[in-house]
Design a protein. Structure first.
Length: 335
């Protein structure tokens, strides 16, 4: 039995698949077996997979009808027998030392269950500015503490850069299907269950931002779906860490924040009020306080920061930390 199972699902990826498979073949750590699920491809994907399988028996192929990414990943998981499972995508490229470095880290740090790496964004930095900024942000998160504190901002790691212990799946279950981003939901579920994740400071994967990427095309990845997932798992966190007397304040006032507040209310959390840089009487039927009035609140309180602007968030964090508020405990960034 191979120590590492490399899990990859592909649909109509014949053009990019060789790049991904060649990068797996080039790994300096060789005790791996790839479980590749062909999710009903209609191009030459299966032919490409069969060619590589003949070249190296470590490539295992599951040819299935098209049932979607989650069904394909879970089918592949059932064939992953390694102590560790490394995620990979059909359009990306992992560097030769990826598996070796990640396994060494997991053996050296038994408290960590999930390790990823910094990644290089491959795409047009202008036309795909949002994705490039996301990569720049997630590359700043290295320690488990940073991943945990920033989990509700966005997905804190690149999926195809992650390697995790098989025991994680035994603990939290497989991928879930629904109107939500399955990977982000899975990582939030892992963090909620107490599994620690960290990121190697080296770049060990080229993350290609192609027009066919699922995050660009599937409804489950739209912004509202992401926020519903955030709201669900923040609510679970709050049930364990906040009491009935804790006031929940939302930093920011806008039409978009009003919509996000309604989603939060669906999970049973009605904010006490809102925080802004200008004094207003009310917003969304609740009081609005100037941010400097936060220092006057003496009873239990928690702030959800909905401000998305990077510089604005930095100023907010600096101010709250001056008040000795703790990120991930007294306040969370939600965008």
């Amino acid at each position: 039995m191979s120590r590492v199972s490399v899990l990859l699902s592909v649909r109509n990826g014949a053009d990019t698949l060789p790049r991904a498979l060649d990068s797996i073949l080039a790994q300096t750590f060789t005790d791996w077996r790839a479980v590749i699920v062909n999710d009903g491809s209609t191009d030459d994907t299966l032919s490409v997979l069969e060619t590589y399988q003949k070249q190296d028996a470590r490539f295992g192929v599951l040819d299935r009808p098209a049932e979607g990414l989650v069904a394909a990943l879970n089918a592949g998981l059932s064939h992953c027998t390694g102590e560790f499972i490394a995620r990979m995508d059909a359009d990306d490229y992992c560097y030769p030392e990826r598996l070796a470095r990640q396994l060494a880290f997991l053996y050296e740090h038994p408290e960590i269950d999930i390790v990823s790496s910094r990644v290089r964004h491959v795409g047009d930095p202008i036309a795909q500015q949002g994705y490039a900024e996301h990569v720049a942000w997630l590359n700043t998160l290295i320690s488990h503490k940073q991943h945990s504190q920033q989990r509700f901002v966005d997905q804190p790691l690149a999926n195809p850069s992650a390697t995790l212990r098989q025991a994680v799946f035994n603990s939290v279950g497989s991928y879930r299907s629904g109107d939500f981003p399955e990977d982000y939901e899975f990582w939030l579920r892992c963090l909620h269950a107490g599994h620690q994740m960290a990121k190697l400071p080296e770049v060990l994967l080229d993350w290609y931002d192609l027009p066919t990427r699922a995050t660009r095309n599937l409804g489950m990845y739209r912004e509202e779906a992401f926020f519903k997932t955030k709201a669900e798992y923040w609510s679970l966190w709050a049930q364990e860490h906040l009491n009935d007397q804790t006031e929940v304040w939302i930093w920011g006032v806008s039409k978009e924040i009003r919509r996000k507040t309604s989603i939060l209310q669906d999970y049973g959390w009605d904010p006490t009020g809102y925080i802004d840089v200008t004094q207003k009487r009310q917003f969304n039927g609740k009081p609005v306080i100037h941010f400097t009035d936060l220092s006057k609140i003496s009873h239990p309180r928690h702030v959800l920061v909905y401000v998305a602007n990077r510089e604005g968030k930095q100023r907010i964090q600096k101010y709250l930390e001056q008040l000795r508020w703790r990120p991930g405990l007294d306040f969370h960034f939600m965008a």
